[in-house]
Every structure is written in C-alpha cells, then in structure tokens.
Design a protein around this ligand. Structure first.
Ligand SMILES: *Cc1c(COP(=O)(O)O)cnc(C)c1O
Length: 446
C-alpha cells in the first residue's frame, strides 16, 4: 500500500515525532526548541525523554497494564491493525493527509484561551487557561482519533468501521469520520441508551450510520461492546473496529493516544507562545482517558504537575461514582488489563456520573501506569462541584462546557484557589450544547 522505509518520516525528538504523527501544528519553533533541550524528567527509573519509545512495549504493555486479552481470531485482527499502524501511520502520505484534514476539516489548531475573569473570580493569584477542544469539529476531542482511525481504515482498504457507543458521542464522531471518507458505519447501541440519547441517534442516522439496537442483558454500553466485538470477529476482513477511547486491546490505547496527542502538542506550543513559559499544572477529565492522554502526552517530559480528574458523582459508595483509578483494583475487561471497579463477583461494577461520557468502570492502561509510577495524580470532583463549574465558565467566560469537561474546570478552579502563583491549563474536551436540557431540567438555571 505505501512505500518502504524511504517513505518514513524523520524527526529530531520524540515529542516532535508524536507531533508529526498526530497531525499537530508547530507554532513557535525557536522557543519550543529551547524548552526541549533544557528539560529532562525522570521518575522511578523512567526517562520521559524516551517514554514514547518504550510505552507501550511491543506487546502493548504499560508496565503490567494493557495487553491483548481477546479470542485468537481477534488476536490476528489486532496484530494486523498494529502492523498497519506502524507501517501506514508513519508514512509521509498518511501524515500529509492527516494534517490536511486536521486543518481543513476539523478546524485545527484549536485555540488556547486565557480565562481571565474566571481567574480573577478565584482570587487572581493563579491564571487559568483552556485548550478549546469544544471548537474542534463536531464539538469535542473525539473526532481527533476517529479521523485517524477512519483514515487508517481507508489506507488498509477496509470498507466499513464498527463501534459501540453508550451516550452516543463516540458514535456521532465516528459517523462523522465515516461520512467524510465514504466508509460504511455500524454503531452498536443498547436499546436503553437509544431511548435516552435520541438526539445523538438522530445525528448518527443523518450522517448515514447504521445504528444497531442491542436488546440483551441490561441493554446498555457493556452489551453494546460485546455485540460490536462479536460483529467485528465476523467481519474483520472488510471492517475495522474503532474504539472510542484509550481502551481495549493493543494497539488501541497506543493508537488513540497518539492521535489525541495533537491536543497536548498543540497546547504546549501555544501556551509557550502566549506566555513564554510552561504551565505550572495541567488538568483533564478522565473517563476512558483519551482527552487526558492526549493532553498529557505533550507535557510528560516537562516539570509540570499533571492531574487526571475522575467523577465522584453522588459520593464514595460503589455505584455512586465512576472513579475507577481512585477506588478500583487490577483486573481484565474488554480485552485489556487495567484498574477497574468490580462488584462482589469480580465483574465490572455499576457506575454513575452526571456526565454520561465519564461513566465507565475502568480507565485506559496507560493511566493505571502513570498513576502507579506517580507521574500523574488522579483526583475526583463530584456532581455538585461540576455543575457549579459549568455555570461559572458559562457566566464568566461565555463558554458552555460539556459536563465531562466541567469536572476538569472545577478542579482547575480548586487549584487556582490553593496555589500561591502560577498557571493552570485545563483541557476543555467538549462543548455543552448536548447537556443543556439535562442541566436545566435537573439543576435549573442558576
Ligand atoms: C467522551 C467524552 C469524554 C470522556 O472520554 P475520554 O476518553 O476520557 O476523554 C470527555 N469529554 C467529552 C466532551 C466527551 O465527549
């Protein structure tokens, strides 16, 4: 399909490599190079200057987390995607096409906004900034990896993309990508979720996707995942499975991170360009962990505090939250080993969050690893703090954030009150139009 090694990209640092691979735009070379040379982060014997060479390893492990826990037939399909990823996605042709799409279709780079009035409201000692993934086409970061996955499908000669969706956000992003590339698109969705998420079902259908109702078990996300995997094991010759976050068997956690790293690479350059220095801290919400992994990738090798924020929902009781990294234990689900919330039988526990995009009982293996080695601190924000942040950002900055992203905003606000000085960069993973009816109905206008 593509040329040999002569076709491969060249790069001078791993961050540049990731930047090129993810289709990022470099804005201020000289300043960035200065920062590049001067920084060497090491922790627990891990050298972050070479991190992306070693994590995941060739079997898809971040330390003990990750791997490929699927039936043999699907193991072959995963190996095929891994092989294709390494050969195709590093080719000049693929990268040129991805960069064109990032700019012409998605509207990238998305801006970084200085949240001046919110900073003042928090006491003014710390400056808050937001990376505006709400301005990415289709209103959230998810399209970053969906365009990459669908472009890979196209290069591999596949005719169809398959996925499951819970709240419908991933389904909409993938349907968008499929329409753009002229690929067929089968989205598996639990019957209960189809009823709850009517606007997203309508969007997927308008975009030409085939929404397949899953009617067994609890008829929600877990059953939809099983049904999508089932379909994929029958159709993998013609189709590619597109995961919605840094989850699932290798190579998905790596591939989705790499495509999402466009967020962190852009944000780092933009932030340095705007302020002349690095942020003191960065914050992102964590469901499966894709927007967080994307932001973090830009800053792992920097002297920057990194925070991943999980939803504490109504409280600490199992079933009232979805803070899997904070309260979970090691286990295997959906094809990978990570930290997960389990019920008394060891099965994935029921979870709850006011943000439907965050209610998943595990998180990507890389997050489990980054928590274990202490590079990223994972903390929680509850529903009430989230709704407060949602309204603060709307009223003080004229930005209506997604409820998911509002978790990160709430934590950024807390940091701003706690720290003496410095700056905090928040990943605004998506816009809140989808959440307005729900918020007005359940919390009223504040
Ligand atoms: C889906 C979604 C999330 C959560 O997914 P991650 O993989 O954890 O990023 C966060 N924010 C928005 C706006 C989403 O749509």
């Amino acid at each position: 399909m593509q040329g040999g090694t002569a076709d491969k990209i060249s790069y001078s640092s791993l961050r540049e490599y990731l930047g090129i691979l993810s289709g990022a735009f470099f804005v201020s070379r000289t300043k960035i190079d200065y920062f590049e040379e001067n920084i060497k982060m090491k922790l627990n014997n891990i050298d972050f200057a070479t991190y992306f060479n070693n994590y995941p390893d060739k079997n898809g492990y971040f330390g003990k987390y990750g791997g490929v826990f699927v039936e043999d037939k699907l193991k072959r399909a995963m190996a095929e995607i891994t092989e294709a990823y390494y050969s195709i996605c590093q080719s000049r042709k693929f990268i040129a096409e991805l960069r064109r799409i990032r700019k012409e279709f998605q509207g990238r780079p998305t801006p970084v906004t200085h949240l001046e009035r919110l900073s003042d409201a928090m006491g003014g000692k710390v400056q808050l900034y937001a990376k505006r993934e709400d301005l990415n086409h289709s209103g959230a970061h998810k399209l970053n990896h969906c365009m990459g996955e669908a472009l890979l499908a196209k290069f591999m000669g596949k005719k169809k993309v398959i996925a499951e969706t819970g709240a419908g956000q991933h389904g909409v992003a993938l349907a968008t990508a499929a329409a753009y590339f002229g690929l067929k698109c089968d989205i598996y969705m639990g019957a209960v979720d189809i009823k709850k998420q009517a606007p997203n079902v309508a969007r997927m259908k308008i975009l030409g996707a085939n929404v397949i109702e899953v009617t067994h078990g609890l008829q929600t996300l877990k059953e939809a995942v099983d049904a999508a995997f089932d379909a994929y094991s029958r159709e993998y010759e013609d189709a590619i499975y597109c995961i919605g976050s840094v989850l699932g068997p290798h190579p998905f956690p790596m591939m989705v991170r790499d495509f999402q790293s466009v967020v962190g690479i852009e944000a780092r350059e933009q932030f340095i360009d705007m302020t002349g220095h690095l942020p003191s801290a960065i914050v992102a919400c964590v469901g499966g962990g894709s927007n967080a992994a994307g932001l973090f990738a830009g800053f792992l090798n920097d002297p920057v505090d990194i925070y991943g924020i999980e939803p504490l929902g109504r409280g600490e009781k199992l079933g009232d939250h979805a803070a899997s990294l904070k309260y979970g234990t090691e286990g295997i689900m959906h094809g990978f080993n990570s930290i997960m919330l389990k019920d008394e039988n060891g099965d994935p526990a029921p979870v709850y969050s006011v943000a439907s995009g965050l209610d998943y009982p595990s998180s990507g293996p890389e997050h489990a690893f980054l928590q274990e080695i202490g590079r990223v601190k994972y903390d929680v924000i509850n529903d009430e703090e989230t709704i407060d942040a949602f309204y603060r950002l709307a009223r003080l900055e004229g930005i209506i954030p997604a409820i998911e992203s509002s978790h990160a905003v709430a934590y950024g606000m807390k940091l701003a009150q706690k720290m003496d000085h410095g700056s905090v960069l928040i990943n605004l993973s998506g816009r809140g139009d989808k959440d307005m009816d729900y918020i007005i109905e359940n919390y009223g206008i504040r």
